[in-house]
Ligand binder design. Sequence first.
Ligand code: PBG
Length: 356
Amino acid sequence: MSSALVRRMDSRPAQSQAAETAVAGPGMYPAVRMRRNRKSQWSRRLVAENVLSIDDLIWPIFLVDGGERRVPVAHMPGVDRVNIDEAVAEAEKAAALGIPAIAPFPYVDKPLRDPTGSEAVRANNLMCRAIRAIKTAVPNLGIMADVALDPYTSHGHDGVLDDAGRVLNEDTIAILCGQALALADAGVDCVAPSDMMDGRVGALRAALDKAGYLDVQILSYAAKYASGFYGPFRDAIGTNATLIGDKRTYQMDPANTDEALREVALDIAEGADMVMVKPGMPYLDIVRRVKDAFHVPTFAYQVSGEYAMLKAAALNGWLDGDRVMMESLLGFKRAGCDAILTYFAPEAAKLLKANA
Ligand code: PBG
């Protein structure tokens, strides 16, 4: 019996008839059934609000010097440190998959590390040689390079220390500018300060501009938290063993969100072209707040520990690896990310290509 008919036959007072309309009327169940749009794949595709595309992916890779082409990273199954020849091959693979950019990170040989990270500013260091080789072989692939001293310092901190072990802001920035110029000389497209010193974005912009690098972009790790999720990365670049103390005097307290907005506001004012939130999955609330507040290109880094968690569970058969990979990446899009740094980039790109 239709509900109109039921209403016509209804002899109850008008008030209770109105109450029934409120429950059963237009705009509500059963007239509205949310499941209708989900009934088949074509319909789900049409109503999808967010899409992950290969255009959203940035692939971090680890570099190592020497003859061996690939050395596995212990706690990141499927991720290896690669030498320069192999890095060029990886860059070609990225380009063939349509990945817009890669983000190389160096494992610096231990004898080259010192308290001030002096290797970071050398024109012929591993990063600069790799950037030159990749740019020659695959000129149209974007290269983003971290600006921070931790791969280069004997103590594993992102900056230089005073006698009491405090990270010195201004002394560090002076070296970071030298590092950025070495990277720019090598042909890097974008520098990504990940050190969390105050004022570094403005200083880098001024140094790059002064040297004529007006087009080198700055992707600021604007809201970077002092996180336990960086563990496998620190193994990969060999800083876990050497890191003295922790990074809580410069990276952000995981308890804070308003502070992230201040960090982002400052970095934009200082000249950041894009801003990043890091880690990713536990901080998607920050991504959303940043995107809503500033409307600038907003990236997130699905960091090593997030990759390790998902991979470990998948390898144990506890989760469907492909499925949670794609679901986690879509979560970044839903939160407002324009792009995502992720070790899953080639795997995800392959899946996206296959399903296109
Ligand atoms: C270094 C840097 C870190 C990461 C990117 N750049 C580690 C840290 O701050 O200790 C972490 C990336 C990851 O965990 O995947 N400044």
